[in-house]
Design a protein around this ligand. Structure first.
Ligand code: AMP
Length: 279
């Protein structure tokens, strides 16, 4: 695997790859890699000659400085995992390489970045859109791979690509879970054994809500029962548990729940976790 920290060197290398006729797949990550990330790498390898994984803990998408500081960093292990997965290129720039000076451009996605994650993490999606724009311009990938775990992020990036006419095909990869049902996340590393057991409740709540919705139970009833149950549990603090339209994350407004997606964000101890499930 080729490892680059500098933009120019990566670009020169990729120019040769593209000249030789290979397509390029990009997998953007913030490192502390797990099977969820590796599923994206494998999906990219299945349809591209060259796979580039980027590893960059993007400061502009953290609205909470403590979260940025505590974000796990395991670069040596990440390199070994990527190598074992057959990733071709790792791009791991320093913050000063991606942000030579503080940026002034901000993105606004209308309703899409005001709800759910956007409501609780102001500025988050502007930071995501900024770094993804930079990565698309640097790598110029044919395809880019994102996880369904960050469903709202995928919607935001889809809009970014459509409006700014990026020449890239976006691919969404299903959520990879632990045996317990817990969605894999770099943040899971920060959970104690006890908290990890409690965290299973996110997935369980989604499963339970989906089956009740399909039985015809009203959403508001499901939502308030789940909220009460979670908030009664020690160490859990729910931020949102919402049903939204899967196409635009707006209210379902009379549309049949089967067009919906249920999304959850919940603190388990000090760690904020998210998960979702299509109805
Ligand atoms: P992150 O490093 O958390 O920014 O994630 C990088 C990419 O991996 C994003 O597109 C995530 O949606 C995706 N990802 C993270 N966790 C999972 C998972 N459990 N299953 C599938 N994709 C994931």
């Amino acid at each position: 695997m080729q490892i680059f920290k500098e933009i120019d060197a990566l670009k020169a290398y990729l120019q040769q790859i593209k000249k030789a006729g290979f397509s390029v797949g990009l997998v953007p990550t913030m490192g502390a890699l797990h099977e969820g990330h590796l599923a994206l790498v494998r999906a990219s390898k299945a349809s591209n000659g060259t796979t580039v994984c980027s590893l960059f803990v993007n400061p502009t998408q953290f609205n909470n400085p403590k979260d940025l500081e505590k974000y796990p960093r395991t670069i040596e292990k990440d390199i070994a995992l990527l190598q074992a997965a057959g990733c071709d290129v790792l791009f791991a720039p320093e913050p000063a390489t991606m942000y030579e000076r503080p940026g002034v451009i901000r993105f606004d996605f209308g309703n899409l970045d005001k709800v759910l994650e956007g409501k609780f993490r102001p500025g988050h999606f502007s930071g995501v859109a900024t770094v993804v724009t930079k990565l698309f311009n640097i790598v110029e990938p044919d395809q880019a791979f994102f996880g369904q775990k960050d469903y709202q992020q995928f919607q935001v990036i889809t809009r970014l690509v459509e409006e700014l006419k990026f020449n890239v095909s976006l691919q969404s990869v299903p959520i990879v879970r632990e045996k317990s049902g817990l969605a894999m996340s770099s943040r899971n590393m920060r959970l104690t054994e006890e908290q990890r057991k409690k965290a299973v409740v996110l997935h369980e709540s989604l499963l339970d809500a989906r089956s009740k919705l399909l039985e015809g139970k009203p959403w508001l009833e499901i939502q308030s029962a789940t909220t009460e149950r979670l908030n009664k549990t020690e160490e859990l603090q729910l931020e949102y548990f919402e049903l939204a339209h899967r196409d635009n994350l707006a209210d379902l407004d009379g549309v049949h729940p089967s067009r919906g997606i249920i999304l959850i964000a919940c603190f388990v101890g000090p760690v904020r976790l998210i998960d979702n499930m299509l109805v």
